[in-house]
Design a protein around this ligand. Structure first.
Ligand code: GLV
Length: 342
């Protein structure tokens, strides 16, 4: 901290070092460069474990993404200077937060700025999966569209149906708000119980369900919005799929391991699901055998927050978290704020 004060006072030309694990959008790099010397090659490639270890050993801050896994053994490589692991994502299941806390390393994330963008993509999947948008596109490109027929590629209506939202945090709520435009009934589960009256938009029909199983039984669409933790790993498995409505559609824009993917393949092949839209995978980027051969699943390469505007805002927030942590200023989004109180 003493060196930081000297730097802020403009003395000595000393700059802290930030290791950026891969290429991130502007204004992330330009903001970081105002305060830090940049290490890491800012390339669009996967860093090796040794490169990550080197970053942890030598830097004051590491800016990383959900692609890099910081487990306990890797975090043990951190040098005495390292103050912060700034994750450019809202989810931080890629970081062993307990190990970071034990070493006095702050972990930060980027909530808020990606909420609406991720909700938009969730709706892209709801519509694409239920109305067979991708199958239709493939048919046209293959030269197999020989004119309209009354029975071709019939999907399922979205409007007027019941949408079950699992996890009613900010993204779940943004998805629910959009359901109003489709005259849908919304059911939801939420770890901390029903939303308060001020948290539900006026006129919205959002009904809390205490049990996941109840929600599943009543929903035509099930959309997942929970963080990945030991409590949510395989939240949907064979028993939950068996309880789903015949013709139900599952959408997952949260984290892949929330779903038992082999069980999902079975439920898509043999019922009761009519379709699914997935943005995330249990062993991302690998797919469970058989999944990509099913016509009734729309598969996206983890695009939830992938808009130009939002990725810029995420990179900016990741930079601001790292800068604040190293300068000893209030940190916008600490995950383990207890580290700051020590
Ligand atoms: C994306 O998946 C994120 O967690 O930000």
């Amino acid at each position: 901290m003493r060196e930081v004060r000297r730097m802020e006072a403009g003395g000595g030309g000393w700059k802290p070092v930030v290791h950026v694990t891969r290429l991130i959008p502007e204004p992330g790099p330009v903001l970081l460069a105002e305060i830090f010397d940049l290490a890491g090659d800012l390339e669009n490639r996967n860093p090796t474990r040794e490169e990550l270890a080197q970053g942890l050993r030598a830097a004051d801050a590491v800016v990383c993404t959900l692609r890099e896994r910081f487990d306990q053994a890797l975090i043990a490589e951190a040098g005495p200077r390292l103050r912060v692991l700034s994750n450019m994502a809202v989810g931080y299941d890629n970081i062993d937060v307990a190990a970071a806390t034990a070493r006095g390393i702050l972990v930060t994330n980027t909530p808020g700025v990606l909420t609406e963008t991720t909700a938009d993509l969730t709706w892209a999947l709801i519509l694409a999966a239920s109305r067979r948008v991708v199958e239709g596109d493939r048919m046209v490109r293959a030269g197999e569209f020989h004119g309209w027929t009354p029975t071709m590629l019939l999907g399922r209506d979205v409007h007027g149906k019941t949408l079950g939202i699992v996890g009613m945090g900010s993204i779940g709520r943004a998805v629910a708000r959009r359901a109003g435009g489709f005259d849908m009934r919304v059911l939801y589960t939420r770890r901390s119980g029903p939303l308060g009256p001020g948290e539900v938009p006026s006129g919205a029909l959002w009904e809390y369900r205490d049990e996941l199983r109840e929600l599943i039984r009543e929903s035509d669409f099930v959309s997942l919005h929970v963080p990945l933790s030991e409590a949510t790993r395989h939240l949907l498995g064979p028993r939950e799929f068996a309880a789903m409505r015949s013709g139900a559609v599952l959408v997952n824009t949260s984290r892949g391991p929330v779903v038992d993917e082999p069980a999902l393949v079975g439920a898509l092949r043999d019922g009761p699901l009519s379709a699914a839209g997935l943005d995330v995978y249990e062993n991302e980027p690998q797919l469970t055998p058989g999944l990509a051969r099913l016509p009734n699943v729309v598969l996206l390469p983890h695009l939830g927050s992938a808009s130009i505007e939002t990725r810029g805002r995420m990179a900016e927030l990741a930079a601001r978290n790292a800068i604040a942590a190293v300068l000893g200023r209030p940190v916008p989004h600490p995950v383990n704020p207890e580290v700051l109180r020590r």
